[in-house]
Design a binder for this molecule. Structure first.
Ligand SMILES: Nc1nc2c(ncn2[C@@H]2O[C@H](COP(=O)(O)OP(=O)(O)O)[C@@H](O)[C@H]2O)c(=O)[nH]1
Ligand SMILES: [Mg+2]
Length: 414
């Protein structure tokens, strides 16, 4: 269990359970994890907010299980719950639709299924409370599978019948995405990468932040060598290496100085550009950077951060970026902010969205946010790309990535 909390939330497969109140969603979670984590209640509608739980789910490994409130509630509270559950769908990798086997599949579940299918989320219909069913469970499975044209499984959260099969089925649903790497795909064994990590007031005490840790790990996984130094030591470090590094990766905040201190022939990029590529589509974000030069006085810009309690980004989003944008554009821009799992649905009032690197969000969520922006015609860019753009060094930072260079030439390079 000790390794459990060490897989960052943004890296875990997110499994969400949906269904009517009292179908047994919370009970099923308890049954598959073998732990009493979720609130089970005889009173309808106890769970009011989606509950996110990190856990080890064999044979799958570390996952985040999301217990959603019952969705069939009426009235104001019910509507709120439905909305929240829809938000959950935007970060769901695998959806389980839980129904009471006796009650079966109604138009309510059908509506839910439609949403899930529209978002192309792998899913499974789980008929729970099989211990209470009076007829043939096998017949019931067949009937509902035909009715829904979907994979169906029966379980009893109470007796644990079918629970092992359910866990195996969930594991088989994990999307087989090509494995994405932060930077390992750019490296050969034996390559050297210099990571520039400034230690300033904003740096957390006693540790490195997530993108830095992940970069070190990915370099090691590639059989390459990571050299970590502060920006103040970069020049000297490069001189003493005895070998030309394959890449220099720097924190965005010291971009300017690092670009100066890194000889032109050494490819250079930033942690946030690596993260943008890892979590989303780099070319889309590059295209978004162009919007900066079109900003006018009085325009509103949304600054969106993926984390709520990791304060290290705060100062960048609320203080530094507005200040730099003011200097760069000379415009009087208005800012609104969003943070955590909240992302506004209505974006048309914003001239652009400036997003953090998204190290706390999963790729599905980042792609969803990018798609929301695209749908409403609002350009989106992230911190690192914006900063590089304002400092005029964006082309250099994306040189290692052909598709991003192409997007740059097509849009920003005009
Ligand atoms: N007999 C039986 N009761 C169950 C089963 N699963 C859940 N329940 C009961 O159904 C009620 C609602 O369960 P709960 O997990 O809170 O449902 P939720 O609202 O979907 O999260 C509780 O009283 C549970 O004990 C099951 O497999 N068999
Ligand atoms: Mg519940």
């Amino acid at each position: 269990m000790s390794g459990l909390n060490q897989t960052p939330k943004g890296e875990r497969v997110h499994i969400a359970l949906f269904g009517r109140r009292n179908a047994g969603k919370s009970s099923v979670i308890n049954a598959i994890t073998g732990q009493d984590l979720a609130v089970v209640s005889d009173v309808k509608g106890t769970t009011t907010d989606p509950v996110f739980k990190a856990m080890e789910l064999l044979p799958l490994g570390p996952v985040t299980v999301i217990d959603t409130p019952g969705l069939d509630d009426v009235g104001e509270l019910g509507r709120l719950r439905v909305e929240k559950a829809n938000d959950v769908l935007n970060k769901t990798d695998i959806a389980l639709v839980i129904c009471d086997i006796t009650e079966g599949f109604s138009s309510f579940e059908a509506g839910l299924l439609e949403q899930i299918k529209k978002k192309q989320i792998p899913y499974l219909i789980v008929l729970n409370q099989a211990d209470r069913y009076r007829g043939s469970v096998q017949e019931r499975i067949k009937e509902i599978a035909e009715q829904t044209n979907s994979p169906v499984l029966a379980v009893s959260a109470k007796t644990k019948d079918g629970v092992r099969e359910l866990k195996e089925k969930i594991a088989s649903l994990v999307p087989d995405e090509e494995e994405r790497r932060l930077l390992g795909d750019l490296l050969e064994p034996g390559d050297m990468v210099v990571l520039v990590v400034p230690i300033d007031k904003a740096a957390p005490k006693g540790r490195l932040i997530l993108p830095q840790q992940q970069a070190v790990r990915d370099i090691l996984d590639a059989g390459a060598v990571a050299v970590v130094c502060q920006n103040t030591e970069l020049k000297q470090t490069l001189q003493s290496l005895g070998k030309t590094p394959k890449l220099v990766v720097t924190d965005s905040q010291v971009f300017g100085q690092v670009a100066k201190d890194t000889p032109q022939e050494i490819p250079m990029t930033s942690f946030s550009i690596l993260m943008a590529r890892y979590k989303g589509e780099l070319p889309d974000l590059i295209a978004g950077a162009k919007a900066v030069s079109r900003l006018q006085d009085g325009d509103t810009v949304l600054i969106s951060e993926g984390c709520t309690h990791h304060r290290q980004c705060e100062d960048i989003g609320t203080v530094k970026i507005p200040k730099w944008l003011r200097e760069y554009t000379g415009r009087d821009i208005r800012y609104e902010t969003s943070s955590g799992t909240e992302f506004p649905k209505e974006l048309s009032n914003y001239k652009m969205v400036i997003h953090c690197g998204g190290c706390m969000l999963n790729r599905r969520e980042m792609l969803y946010r990018t798609a929301c922006c695209a749908e409403q015609g609002v350009p989106i860019v992230n911190y690192g790309i914006l900063i590089a753009c304002m400092k005029g060094i964006l082309p250099r930072c994306i040189e290692p990535f052909a598709d991003a260079m192409e997007a740059w030439k097509q849009t920003c390079g005009e």
